[in-house]
Design a protein around this ligand. Structure first.
Ligand SMILES: *Cc1c(COP(=O)(O)O)cnc(C)c1O
Length: 431
C-alpha cells in the first residue's frame, strides 16, 4: 500500500499522476515474493566481502597513501589482496588509474596476447567499445589486429554458448577464449555463472592450455558465485559499476591467475615494474567502502530492474531478461520500438536523478560507440552506471537499457517519472 503522504509528495513535488502510482503499485505487488531470493544472495555476498577484509587484516593505517613511484603503497596492496579473496583468485590488479571497464579489458587482452595469437569470442560480437579494441570496427591505431593478432567469433545459439563449435574452433593459435557475461547493447539475457562454468569445464577438458577470460561488467554480486569460482582464468570489470558500490571514484579491476596478472601488470606499467608501483591517490578508503556496500547496492539495483521489467511487461512491451528469468547482471532491456518512447523514457529517468535533474538528455556520438547514444544519468560519480541510469543506442528496435540505482526507492521514482512522461505524451496505454 502506498501511504497517503507518499502519494502526496509524488503528486505535488514530482507531478506524478495518481493512475501511474496505482499502476506501479499493482505491478510491484506481483514481484515482492521474488525479493527474498535477492536478499539471500546479498546476505551471502556481504559476509564474503567482510570475511575477505578480516582475512586480509584490513587496518585503519591501510588508508594512508604514498607519493611518487608509489612503492610500498600498503593500501593499494591491501585492496588487491581483498579483491583476490572476494573473487577467489591468486592475484588482482585494482587501480584508480585504470580508466574504465574497456581499459581493464584492453589491458587484459593486450597484456596476454602476442603476435600470431588468436582471440576467440564464444559469446558473439563483443561489447561496442571492444570491437574497436580488437579492430573489427573503426580503424583505430594500436588495435589488436594491427599487432598481428587474429580474431574469430562464434554467435550464441538461443542465448546459449555453442560449446561444440567452440571446441572445434580451437587451433594451436588460439590463446584466449573470451566470454561476455552481461547483455551489453544486445538483445540477449546475461549468461549465468553456471552456464559459464559448463562451457569452461567442457573447453578445459578438451584443451587445458587455452586461457578463458570473462568480461564481468555488471555481473558482480548477482549470484553467490563469480565466473572465477568456476574455473575462469582471468576476468575484468569496472569500479564505477557493481563492485565500486557507488563510492569508488574511478577505476577498474582485473583478477585471475598470478602469471596472467603479472603479464597484464607489465602492460599496465612497464616490464620490470609490474604491479609494484602506481599511486592510488588516496582512493583506497572509498574503493573498499564501496566494495563493502556493493552486495547491498547491487541488490537494490536488481530489485529496481525487476520492477521496471514488470511494469513495462504489464504494459505489453518485450523485456530482456523476462520477469521470471534468472538474472546474472543488473541490466534491464526494454524494447520500445520507437525513438519517441526511448527518448521520453530516458528523460524520465534523468528527471528523477539527484544531480542534473533539470538537464534534458540528447543522443550524441559517444567515442567508442557506432550509433548515437542517448544517456540518462545524474549521478554523484560521472558516468557511474551502478547509479540509476538508462541509455539507448539510436537504432532499431529501440531498446532502452536501464541499470543501477543505489536505493530501490530511487529506482521506483525513476520508474514513476519515466512512465508519467510516456503517459502524458500519449505513448502508452495504461489499460
Ligand atoms: C560497461 C561494459 C564494458 C566497459 O564499458 P566502460 O564504459 O568502458 O566501463 C564492457 N563490457 C560490457 C559488457 C559492459 O557492460
Amino acid at each position: 500500500m502506498v501511504e497517503e503522504y507518499t502519494i502526496n509528495i509524488l503528486c505535488k513535488q514530482f507531478g506524478i499522476d495518481k493512475d501511474i502510482i496505482r499502476f506501479v503499485e499493482q505491478s510491484e505487488r506481483n514481484i515482492l515474493k521474488k525479493f527474498s531470493k535477492i536478499d539471500s544472495v546479498k546476505e551471502f555476498n556481504q559476509y564474503k566481502v567482510i570475511s575477505a577484509m578480516h582475512k586480509s587484516r584490513l587496518s585503519a593505517t591501510d588508508f594512508y597513501w604514498t607519493t611518487g613511484y608509489g612503492y610500498g603503497d600498503i593500501g593499494r596492496d591491501k585492496v588487491e589482496e581483498i579483491y583476490s579473496r572476494v573473487f577467489n583468485v591468486e592475484d588482482a590488479l585494482v587501480r584508480p588509474t585504470i580508466a574504465s571497464g574497456t581499459h581493464a579489458l584492453n589491458l587484459t587482452l593486450s597484456g596476454i596476447l602476442r603476435p600470431g595469437d588468436e582471440l576467440l569470442s564464444i559469446t558473439g560480437t563483443p561489447y561496442d567499445t571492444l570491437q574497436k579494441v580488437i579492430g573489427i570496427q573503426g580503424d583505430m591505431e594500436g588495435n589488436l589486429i594491427e599487432y598481428g593478432i587474429s580474431y574469430k567469433e562464434i554467435p550464441l545459439i538461443n542465448n546459449k554458448i555453442d560449446i561444440n563449435k567452440a571446441k572445434d574452433s580451437i587451433t594451436d593459435k588460439t590463446k584466449i577464449i573470451m566470454i561476455q557475461r552481461s547483455t551489453g547493447y544486445s538483445d540477449r539475457r546475461a549468461l549465468t555463472v553456471s552456464e559459464i562454468g559448463e562451457a569452461v569445464s567442457a573447453i578445459k577438458s578438451y584443451n587445458q592450455d587455452v586461457i578463458i577470460m570473462v568480461d564481468n561488467c555488471y555481473g558482480e554480486f548477482l549470484e553467490v558465485k563469480e565466473p572465477t569460482d568456476v574455473g575462469v582464468d582471468i576476468m575484468a570489470g569496472s569500479l564505477i559499476k557493481n563492485p565500486g558500490g557507488g563510492l569508488a571514484l574511478s577505476g577498474g579491476y582485473i583478477v585471475g591467475r598470478k602469471n596472467l596478472v603479472e603479464m597484464i601488470s607489465n602492460r599496465l606499467t612497464a616490464p620490470g615494474l609490474g604491479k609494484d608501483c602506481g599511486l592510488t591517490f588516496g582512493t583506497t578508503r572509498t574503493t573498499l567502502q564501496g566494495l563493502f556496500l556493493a552486495p547491498h547496492i547491487v541488490s537494490e539495483a536488481v530489485k529496481g530492474a525487476l520492477l521496471v521489467a514488470k511494469v513495462y511487461s504489464d504494459l505489453g512491451f518485450k523485456v530482456i531478461p523476462d520477469v521470471d528469468d534468472d538474472r546474472s547482471d543488473i541490466i534491464q532491456a526494454i524494447e520500445f520500438l520507437s525513438e519517441d518512447r526511448v527518448s521520453e523514457f530516458c528523460k524520465g529517468i534523468q528527471s528523477a536523478s539527484p544531480v542534473d535533474s533539470h538537464v534534458t538528455p540528447e543522443a550524441w556520438e559517444m567515442p567508442g560507440y557506432e550509433d548515437p547514444v542517448i544517456m540518462a544519468a545524474g549521478g554523484f560519480i560521472e558516468g557511474s552506471s551502478i547509479e540509476l541510469s538508462a541509455d539507448a543506442p539510436m537504432r532499431e528496435p529501440y531498446f532502452a537499457y536501464y541499470q543501477g540505482g543505489l536505493t530501490y526507492e530511487h529506482c521506483k521514482l525513476g520508474i514513476y517519472k519515466s512512465l508519467n512522461n510516456l503517459y502524458n505524451k500519449g505513448l502508452i496505454d495504461l489499460k
